[in-house]
Design a protein around this ligand. Structure first.
Ligand code: FES
Length: 152
């Protein structure tokens, strides 16, 4: 049986009805068609599903939708300012911070959190903070360069 839950997603209030066991990831992708957030492993191992909840980085595959009552969710779709890309999106393009692109939304959401949470003081610290975001193409050096540029 579905239960009601309301939350703000990318600045828009949403009154929703969800199965109690639906993850935030499935709510975003399947109910709201916000498919920028990716499903890699679906069990907390890859970071492709990273979103922000009240500004904090979270793996949305490990989080139930019903627990988001009153929370503010930001996904990759909510990062740009209208037509203008977020500085981190611009830096990923400039530094070639991706190849196939599948992990990129999660990488960018983590990278924004890395700076906001004060963990971007050195390449080592950035790598440590972002170690839960796996990139099968191995774009790690370029991702670190992008984060360092935005940090300045
Ligand atoms: Fe959530 Fe992999 S899909 S961590």
């Amino acid at each position: 049986e579905k239960v009601p839950v309301s939350m703000e997603i990318n600045g828009k209030k949403q009154q929703l009805s969800v199965e109690p066991r639906t993850t935030l990831l499935d709510l975003l992708r399947e109910q709201l068609a916000l498919t920028g957030t990716k499903k890699g492993c679906d069990h907390g191992q890859c970071g492709a599903c990273t979103v922000h909840i009240n500004g904090m980085r979270v793996n949305s595959c490990l989080t139930l939708a019903v627990m988001q009552e009153g929370k503010k969710i930001t996904t990759i779709e909510g990062l740009a300012n209208g037509e203008e890309l977020h500085p981190m999106q611009q830096a990923f393009i400039k530094h070639d911070g991706f190849q196939c692109g599948y992990c990129t939304p999660g990488q960018i959401m983590s990278a924004v959190a890395c700076i906001r949470e004060g963990h971007a003081n050195s390449p080592e610290e950035i790598r440590e903070f972002m170690s839960g975001n796996i990139c099968r193409c191995g774009a790690y050096d370029n991702i670190v360069s992008a984060v360092l540029e935005v940090k300045q």
